[in-house]
Ligand binder design. Structure first.
Ligand code: CMC
Length: 427
């Protein structure tokens, strides 16, 4: 192991350099404070690894995203979402027997307690589904006392099954509630993703047919959103969990963090933009506004902080989007026409080419959801549905790390030094 040397006021400090299997080496600064009486400052974690993990690897320059070593496109094109959830959680892809057992476990945990229906009824009908989901999910710890002991591996496993199983039910209930329709119970004869689609769109009045092609496309969207290493919501889950809080509460915190527009809200922004553009004829004018950098005008769904050449998730979804349009006979939808023409124009325009601005995952996931009839307010809950598999896997990895400690960042204090107290009559 090599060391990095830091010199402070003439004193040398040796800091061990840790090797990654892939990606940048990491300078271990855990002893820095003890040896130098100094902290480091890194708001936004621009240069700081917050933990060690074996789950997801990203190389933004090369456009690589891998779960447990497998390329995202291989997983999206060959696995179901539940196989990928198993991979994230257990570390390996399941064999046929393990897959069947896992699917069985998940299927038989999809129902939520009937009491939950009354809980939902306490929300105003016009609530944003994320508001309902965040509250409902965190409340699961009130229902499942038998899986709250985080030191018991069987209870950890049971709570993981419950969360992956129940999040589609809770999401669909949030939607049904907001449109004043009866909740649809999960049907065990259906697989995970078709079951979710059924809970979203069926009514008790008649049979609902889930298109296998559309279900497969949605399965791919879920796989692509299942994990993305230490992003804001995942870091929130880990930090909440580091205090020993139960996993339902921790994932509830993750859902709250995901709700922010800088994180889970971008696909919604794509649809708002497409709506605003309105027709193909308005595209050149809009592109000009983007290039002139008019305040608040960006090509939403383009560009990425990490992926600077292409977003590997977008490539998979581009194909899936075309499958969905074809299956639903939507080649002539005006909004999709705008999306496809916008994509074509931007990919040929020097401004975007020069800045390496390509469509990201949210450009296509937004238009797939739209084509499926999923309303924009449900886009972030869909993200939460998929990411639950990643959150619980990251939480489990943290809890099972023997060196795990409570997360306690420090600060650079720039407030007042000690001041004399002034009584209220003298202020
Ligand atoms: N439209 C127009 N210009 C853009 C865009 C865009 N979408 N993105 C970046 N630029 C320009 C920007 O103006 C700058 O130009 P210049 O060099 O002339 O000043 C250059 O490209 C570099 O931009 P940046 O803001 O430094 O890039 P960043 O890495 O900080 O931003 C981003 C990344 C995702 C915030 C940004 O590309 C963006 O705002 N995109 C639109 C929103 C969006 O689609 N977000 C979803 C990201 S994927 C979600 C996920 O993975 O969780």
């Amino acid at each position: 192991m090599s060391n990095a040397k830091l010199t402070i006021n003439g004193k040398d400090v040796e800091l061990p350099i840790m090797q990654a299997t892939e990606g940048p080496e990491v300078i271990d600064i855990t002893k820095l404070y003890k040896e130098t009486d100094r902290f480091t400052l890194d708001p936004g974690f621009m240069s700081t690894a917050s933990c060690e993990s074996k789950i997801t690897f990203i190389d933004g320059d090369k456009g690589i995203l891998r779960y447990r070593g497998y390329d995202i496109d291989a997983l999206a094109n060959n696995c179901t979402f539940l196989e990928v959830a198993y991979l994230l959680l257990m570390g390996e892809l399941p064999n046929a027997e393990e897959k069947a057992k896992f699917e069985h476990e998940i299927t038989y945990h999809t129902l939520v307690q009937e009491q939950m229906n009354f809980f939902y009824r306490g929300f105003p009908r016009r609530s944003h589904p994320m508001a309902i989901l965040a509250g409902a999910f965190a409340s699961l710890s009130a229902f499942y006392h038998d899986s709250l002991d985080i030191r018991d591996p069987d209870q950890r496993q049971l709570s993981a099954y419950r969360m992956i199983a129940k999040i589609p039910t809770l999401c669909a209930m949030a939607y049904k509630y907001s449109i004043n329709q009866p909740f649809i119970y999960p049907k065990n004869k259906l697989e995970y993703t078709p079951r979710f689609i059924d809970m979203m769109f069926a009514t008790p009045c008649e049979e609902y047919h889930v298109s296998p092609k559309v279900a497969r496309a949605l399965d791919k969207v879920l796989i692509l959103h299942a994990d993305h290493e230490q992003n804001a919501s995942t870091s929130t889950v880990r930090l909440a969990g580091s205090s020993g809080a139960n996993p339902f509460a921790c994932i509830g915190a993750g859902i709250a963090s995901l709700w922010g527009p800088a994180h889970g809200g971008a696909n919604e922004a794509v649809l708002v933009m497409l709506d605003e553009i309105g027709t193909v004829g308005n595209i050149p004018k809009f592109i000009e506004r983007v290039k002139n950098k008019e305040e608040g005008v960006r090509l939403m769904g383009f560009g990425h902080r990490v992926y600077k050449n292409f977003d590997p998730r977008a490539q998979v979804l581009k194909e899936a989007a075309h499958d969905v349009f074809e299956e639903l006979g939507m080649q002539s939808d005006p909004l999709l026409d705008v999306a496809l023409e916008l994509e074509r124009v931007a990919l040929e325009d020097e401004y975007f080419v020069e800045r390496k601005l390509y469509p990201n995952v949210d450009f296509y996931s937004g238009i797939i959801y739209k084509a499926m009839g999923i309303p924009v307010e449900m886009f972030t809950p869909m993200f939460a549905l998929a990411r639950t598999a990643g959150w619980i896997s990251q939480w489990k990895e943290m809890i099972e790390d023997p060196l795990q400690k409570i997360g306690r960042p420090r600060q650079l204090y720039t407030g007042y030094k000690q001041r004399e107290f002034v009584s209220i009559d003298k202020r």
